[in-house]
Each structure stands twice: as C-alpha cells, then as structure tokens.
Design a protein around this ligand. Structure first.
Ligand code: GLC
Length: 427
C-alpha cells in the first residue's frame, strides 16, 4: 500500500466524524489574558508560579463537558494535556509541574478520558512540542520563549537532548496510560525547531507502535512549508493537515491535486484559552455555516472551548453549542460521513454528499420556486431533512428560461434560518 492509501485508510473514521471539540485548559485560565500570557508578557517562572499554587478547578466536571459536546453533535475531542507553558494536566512521572501537585490534586486528563469515552466521544490529546518551563528548552534568543530577552538566561546550560527525551517519555505515557487514543495533536514547529529536531520519525514510530489506529496532525513539521502536501510527504507529516482560523478556499489537495485529509481548528471567540474579557463569540449560525463549508470541501471542523479556572465552560459557549446541537439534531445526516459533492458551489449555499444522497444547504432563500441548476432530471426524490417531509419535484413552464430540478419549498422564509437542508436522492 502506498503512503497515500495507508493514510486514507487510517483517517477514514476521522473523516466521517467531521465535527470535534478542542479544549484549551490550563493554569493560564487564572490570569485569563491568553494562553500565551507567559510569552506575551515575558513572565518569569517565579512570577508564573502563583497560578500553579492556586489552580483549584472546583467545578471541573468533564461529564458535563462531554454532555455538551455530545449535544452539539461533536464526535471527538482534543484536550491540551500540556500547552506551551509546560504545565501538565496529567500525572507524568517525568515532572513535578503537573495537576496532581496543585490544589486540584489529581490527574485531570484521566477524568476527561473517562468521561468522554463514557459518552461515546473519541479521545484526542493535544501536546505542546514547545515547553517554556523545562530547563533544557532553549530560552535566551528563542523567537517566543518568555525569557528570550533575559540576559540571566544567556549562558544557561541547556541540554536539548534531555528535553527531547522528556518529550518522548511524556508521549509514551500518554499513549500507554489512558487506553485507546484516537487523535494525537502536536503543536507546533517554528524556525529550526522542526521535524528531526524533535526526533519526529522516532516519535511517530513509537506512537504507531503503541497506538496503531491513532491519527496524527502535521505540526511536527512546519505548517508554512507545506511539506505535508508534497506528493511524497515526509514520514513525520502525520495524517491530516491543520489550517488554523481559516477555511481554505478549495479545501486541501496535494501536489498531484489529490485530496488530503484536513481539519480546520477555530476559536469560538478570539482566544483559545479562557480570556475573561473576550466576549466576541461567533453565533450558532456562524458555526453551522463553517461546519457545512468544511464538509463541502472535504474537511473537518474542530471548534474550541476555553474553560475557566474553576473548570467551567463559559456560559456563552454553552449557549452557542447547544443551539448548534439543535440544528445537528435535525440535520447531522448532511454532515457525518459526507464530503465534497461533484457539483459547482451553488449561489444559495453549499452542497455536501454521501453516496447517492446530495444535501443542499440553503442559506439564502431567493425568490419563487427553488431550483437546483445542475440536477435537472437527476433527482429521484427530495425531502426536507429537518422533519423528513416530502418536497414535491415539478417542472414549471418557466423552466424554459433556466432549467433545473425544481422543488416547492412552500414558504417565503426558510424553514430553518440557520440553514435549511434538502436531501436529494439521485436516480
Ligand atoms: C497555536 C497556538 C496556540 C493554540 C494552537 C491551536 O499555534 O500556539 O496557542 O493552541 O495553535 O491550533
């Protein structure tokens, strides 16, 4: 089997799931000014320590998070087991900088795994390749390390091999102690910190051995180099491409024009970690439209939540995801297992397709009888997906001006304002 075929096989279920929850959570939820706060404000270890000493998420109840993900129609989740600040939500034997040593006093990753697995949601781990706490991670002169300009760090002896060993050890723990892991999400490579600097081939070999069905993102390589899109990508390019905060215009294809599995990760407001003042939330309609857009281009959508220091998902986030869930309750058949339709993008919205079913996602009602331009004579039946009701197909006399498959939507407004879906069964 070629690499291309192997990857297609490994990512099959992932590409059917289409919708996931990203969870950015750590002690940065206390300063609540960005998950990069240590780097942005160049905060020392000593000054950052207060947040470790205080971290006590008394309302952490991952069963509630899982219920929300399930309600929203999400099939998998990805939790930050360690972010760039180096703080580990899991009980690692290789560091003291972990949740078990904070007032939380327990392995928060284990509770997440248990709760999400019990809810039937697949388990993903985000793991930061970057580490601003580890003494052997390059600090002075680095592009983003909090101590990059601190002269006191200039001659600090750093043994990067020690750090790489630490990274590999922790990934082994994550792949050994929590049962089946479905997604491994490394983040991220920059400058010369990329690929074999992380001993990426060895890392992936270990991962494939410990978790043969787990799929891996592409950030062991540098995303701006697009190595993952070469006809023969490097081994460490993983299984899927990970555009951040953007949905590529044409989906993602490799140098030979073949589709590449991809997942767009997107914040729900303007930050990944909890930011108290950031109320710039997207609406449920935005989320539905983004999800449909991703699927129509053959990709997944990973929507982020940033729980606060007490362990709660912000109420604005909950409201949006619940509303998305109402739409998914009616329309998820047009998402799961669906992908690109072999039709041009229509004026009024987007198409998705699974087998001989085409899903017309209508975002703009337009006027008069509703028409599918490219499907004249090709449709066997049409149903409104929200309630399964028949939409009669007909051929009006005025189709001489513009042929197509016509249906009678019967209303001046769209039956579902967030997105009305018509299921078209092809002949
Ligand atoms: C990034 C950021 C980060 C976030 C991530 C999500 O590159 O460093 O804070 O975790 O992307 O995709």
């Amino acid at each position: 089997m070629t690499f291309y075929e192997q990857r297609a096989q490994r990512t099959k279920a992932f590409q059917e799931d289409r919708f996931g929850m990203f969870i950015h959570w750590g002690i940065y939820a206390i300063p609540a000014r960005h998950e990069w706060v240590r780097s942005l404000e160049q905060i020392s270890n000593e000054d950052y320590q207060q947040f470790f000493d205080e971290f006590n998420p008394v309302h952490y109840n991952p069963a509630e998070w899982a219920a929300l993900a399930k309600k929203a129609g999400m099939k998998y989740a990805v939790l930050t087991t360690k972010h760039h600040d180096g703080f580990c939500l899991f009980d690692s034997q290789y560091t003291d900088y972990k949740a078990t040593n904070t007032p939380a006093g327990r392995d928060l990753v284990r509770e997440y795994v248990d709760a999400f697995r019990a809810a039937g949601i697949k388990i993903g781990f985000y793991y930061s390749l970057i580490d601003w706490h580890h003494p052997d991670y390059p600090a002075y002169g680095d592009a983003i390390h909090p101590m990059r300009e601190n002269e006191a760090y200039k001659d600090r002896p750093e043994n990067f091999d020690n750090y790489v060993e630490y990274l590999h050890n922790q990934v082994r723990e994550l792949c050994t102690n929590y049962g089946q892991i479905d997604v491994m999400w490394f983040d991220f490579s920059y400058d010369d910190m990329e690929g074999e600097k992380w001993q990426a081939t060895k890392l992936i070999e270990m991962l494939r051995e410990l978790q043969p069905t787990c799929i891996i993102d592409n950030r062991l390589g540098q995303t701006n180099k697009d190595e993952a899109l070469l006809a023969e990508p490097p081994f460490y390019s993983g299984d899927f491409y990970s555009p951040e905060q953007i949905i590529p215009s044409q989906g993602v294809t490799d140098a030979l024009g073949r589709p590449v599995p991809w997942e767009c990760c997107m914040t729900l407001n303007d930050n990944w970690g909890y930011v108290a003042k950031d109320k710039n939330y997207k609406t449920a309609q935005n989320v539905v439209h983004m999800l449909v857009e991703c699927v129509s281009k053959g990709g997944n959508l990973l929507i982020n939540v940033g729980p606060n220091a007490k362990g709660e998902i912000p109420k604005e986030t909950v409201a949006v995801l619940q509303e998305v869930g109402e739409w998914m309750h009616n329309n998820s058949d047009s998402i799961y297992g669906c992908g690109r339709a072999d039709l041009p993008k229509p004026e009024w919205g987007r198409y998705t397709q699974r087998g001989n079913k085409i899903y017309a996602h209508i975002f703009e009602r337009g006027t008069a009888a509703f028409r599918f331009d490219d499907l004249q004579g090709k449709v066997k039946k049409a149903r409104l997906l929200m309630d399964g009701s028949e939409l009669q197909l007909f051929e009006p006399w005025y189709s001489r001006y513009q042929p197509g498959a016509f249906v009678d939507l019967g209303t001046a407004d769209l039956p579902e304002s967030m997105g009305t879906v018509v299921e078209l069964e092809l002949k």
